[in-house]
Design a protein around this ligand. Sequence first.
Ligand SMILES: *Cc1c(COP(=O)(O)O)cnc(C)c1O
Length: 390
Amino acid sequence: MPGRMFLHTPGPTNIPEDVLNAMHRPAEDFSAPEFMETMLRMFEELKDLFRTKGEVFAYIANGHGAWEASIVNLLSPGDKVLMPDTGRFSLVWDDMVKAFGISTVRLNNDWRSPIDPQAVEDALRQDSEKKIKAVLAVHVETATGAVSNLEAIREAINASGHPALFVVDAIASFGCHKLNMDESGIDCVIAASQKGLMMPIGISFTAAGPKALAASEACTSHREYWSWKSRMAMETYRRFCGTAPMHMVWGLMKVMEKVRVEGLDNIIARHARLAEATRTAVARWAEGGALEFNTVDPKSRSNSITCVRQVGQTDMNTIRQVARERFNVSLGGGLHVLADKAFRIGHMGDLNEPMIMGALAGIDLTLKHLKVPHGAGALDAAASFLAETA
Ligand SMILES: *Cc1c(COP(=O)(O)O)cnc(C)c1O
């Protein structure tokens, strides 16, 4: 096929050429002072990105590794956590928590909505013996497209007077949505490289504030590779519990340089704008009666990913297949209960206006080619929005 494939899976995302080039170099002695300095600078710059004065820990692992790291450093077998359901990712995280002998109190969700802060407050108030150790919240639920309001959840925890830790999975929101860890009173944030951070899969993070670090001291879970304590060291070898992933470090340094040049606030505003252009197009398509937004409340639709849901029997898998195989746009599929019922447009990371217009055009062509009923003028509406807000 000539030309480029437009990658709009909600992870992995486009890796900018300058990031790839920063990684394209021979290996070096990781114990040499030069690399040591680079690595220590990487951890300092990561703290700025998390907007925390706490500690950042990095693992040579995908997001699941950082999930496990958060569990074994903060929770002990026999503990209880509050796990507000958001969709498939909260479900898988919940399964992992339970595998460590930790019980979970689940808050129901229709997989079309964000976390209800009032339900969090009520559940914490009911826990009069304060048995719940942590609230585990997924910020952007990649399976449903809903973004939860972290400030409102923090306020709900405060209002309940409960001492539970506030732990946030920001894997799909990091670098896409505003997330000020310290200011928002988040004790631990989980992130990974291959979504908003524009990197290959294979490095993930937990950032821990003072309350989380104290909890990790008291925690009795068995841990070695993931242990925060043993990773809090100056030597590169201990920071990564083994040989440092130098090429990932070089790539990430380039990412953070790019973030400094564009500005994190500008990056977040760019995500909001490109997401709104996507939603403008989806709203027009939906007028045909065959498609709708999965996330019901417009204010809760994330700037990372838009989940488009079938109305009636619309064949979402064929739309996705034709978009990829005939029109060069890779979309995410529906997950778990949304399998066969949705496709997902990822719009996170290294994207600009013509790229998002290209993806929307590929979807528009697909709907026309397959004669899926859809409202007219989606591309024009998206272009007008982008032009007016430029
Ligand atoms: C992608 C994702 C994960 C899992 O990350 P992996 O790198 O695939 O292990 C977890 N949570 C959320 C919200 C995600 O989007």
